[in-house]
Design a protein around this ligand. Sequence first.
Ligand code: AP5
Length: 214
Amino acid sequence: MNIVLLGPPGVGKGTYAGRLSERYGIPHISTGDILREEIKRDSELGRKVKKYVERGELVPDSIIIEVIKERLAADDCRKGFILDGFPRTLNQARALDNIVRVDVVFNFVAPKEVIIERLSGRRICRKCGAIYHIRYKPPKKPGVCDICGGELYQREDDKPEVIERRLEVYKEQTAPLIDYYSKKGLLVDIDASKEVNEVIAQCERILRERGILK
Ligand code: AP5
């Protein structure tokens, strides 16, 4: 089950990947999470990519392709994986084709107003990375993670001016992948304006129809 999630920032890729990963026991690989973790650790990689991530720009292909190559070689990817945030350029997509076979690409679609509202209300747990929303998925106690009690914070790149830039970058550099995967017969549009359970149900229907989920 080798799944790629495509869609603009804030459409819900991380949320859906988390659910599918839990249900099917395959890893959720988010390049954004990997990079934020490296920045937090102040590693050599983290120092290299910080300025791009905080400005909402893509990190150079050469860096991210190496990161993903290494991650996909790990033992836990043998049964499959869910890629969230990779590939994001045509170069990255071609590189991925040389590493593994992709079974399906879910292209999550939602109106811009929905996306902006989701991003501006998002909160993340500093400790375990769980994703909340002040309106759609509020924690039981404000500012505190239900799962681990960690502190909830707003991502640096969820500020309004950076959100606009991320949406532009998506349109310029990542949207061409819709055509790329469509031509390969791998792309399926998913209506992500619906509530989370309904979005997951759409994905599972496709996995069954395509014989990916038995
Ligand atoms: P990354 O972390 O990948 O950010 P992104 O693609 O912009 O996606 P987000 O994490 O913002 O959104 P999401 O779609 O996962 O939404 P979420 O589930 O959180 O990348 C960050 C940066 O890293 C990039 O800008 C770049 O610099 C760098 N980078 C990463 N990968 C790279 C690559 N391959 N190449 C180069 N650079 C790279 O949901 C959003 C909110 O909405 C949440 O609050 C959630 O609770 C809520 N929500 C979700 N779904 C629903 C729903 N159906 N109904 C109601 N609320 C919902």
